[in-house]
Design a protein around this ligand. Structure first.
Ligand code: R5P
Length: 305
């Protein structure tokens, strides 16, 4: 029987691309809020003995987590053989240690919750910094899709003479992979974060300042956009052309997108892991490759139970 794909509200566009690429059936369901804010959920497709992929990007995750729990529980109660999660953006990856005494290490708690609810996980470039693999905190099989080849392809097509730049050591992994694939030179700056919206980025090294190339700033997540904004400022201060900013995940909290455009970015481009007007790089072919393995293989066995 063909697998089913359930596109959580807001994920319809990527859901359509994936359904087409994977030749899966779309799962019919209804979801709404009661007047008191509680969730209502109804599954309208026959899921007995079928594998179900739930597509839900996990930006603003707190409001999505409980409906996801209800979804996976209900799918299992109705007889689904396996329930996987395709979360192009995986939240809670940045709080990966107790930076100050008493803090919650939310990445671990979040991973434990999702691992309990789903049989497998697919995501795109999770923020792995102090952790090196999802398997360190997720106890289910997990596949990671890397956006770098598609970022490089976009740069090759759109920027004549790029100079790729990362704002901090954490971005080094993406920046180096993209620069090698373009190919073009790259530089990685240093960032100091003093608070949620208080970020400082080091000046452009003299060897790269005053370049004739177009700076292309790359980061995995653009959230408050303070990291990108401060990096744009440094390039402008160095006399470079207005930078193009590329983010994998368009989190854009509050007015962050407008702030970044207002700071002097020539263009802001993101991947379609989170629906946003800046989406210009389609990762559905890569996500489909990862999903095909889970959907056509034998149901992944659950670990950690
Ligand atoms: C952090 O280490 C990430 O790689 C990004 O640099 C960070 O999440 C960006 O956050 P913001 O847009 O809030 O500066």
């Amino acid at each position: 029987m063909r697998p089913l794909l359930l596109a959580y509200p807001g994920n319809e566009a990527l859901g359509e691309s994936l359904s087409e690429a994977l030749n899966v059936e779309t799962l019919a369901f209804a979801m709404r809020r009661f007047p008191d804010g509680e969730s209502y959920l109804r599954i309208d497709s026959d899921v007995r003995d079928r594998t179900v992929a739930v597509l839900c990007s996990l930006h603003e995750p707190d409001g999505r987590l409980l409906p996801l729990v209800f979804l996976s529980d209900t799918l299992r109660e109705l007889g689904a053989r396996a329930v996987g999660l395709v979360a192009p953006y995986l939240a809670y990856m940045r709080q990966d240690r107790r930076f100050e005494a008493g803090e919650a290490v939310t990445s671990v708690s979040f991973a434990r919750l999702l691992s309990k609810q789903f049989d497998w996980l697919i995501t795109v470039d999770p923020h792995l910094h102090r952790r090196h693999a999802l398997g360190e905190i997720y106890s289910i099989p997990a596949a990671v899709v890397h956006a770098a080849p598609h970022l490089a392809e976009w740069i090759r097509v759109h920027i004549a003479a790029p100079l790729v730049a990362g704002p901090d050591s954490e971005s080094d992994q993406w920046v180096r992979a993209v620069a090698e694939a373009v190919p073009c030179p790259y530089v990685v700056l240093e960032k100091t974060r003093r608070g949620d919206r208080d970020v400082a980025v080091s000046p452009i090294p003299p060897s790269h300042a005053g370049t004739d190339r177009t700076p292309v700033l790359i980061d995995d997540i653009i959230s408050s956009a303070r990291t990108m904004i401060e990096t744009v400022r440094q390039w402008r201060a160095a006399g470079a052309a207005a930078p193009v900013c590329i983010g994998v995940h368009a989190v854009f909290a509050g007015g962050a997108f407008a702030d970044l455009v207002g700071a002097g970015a020539a263009r802001v481009v993101t991947c379609n892991t989170i629906p946003h007007e800046s989406n210009a790089i389609d990762l559905s072919p890569l996500i489909a490759v990862a999903a095909r393995e889970f959907l056509t293989g034998s149901p992944p066995s659950r670990r950690g139970e």
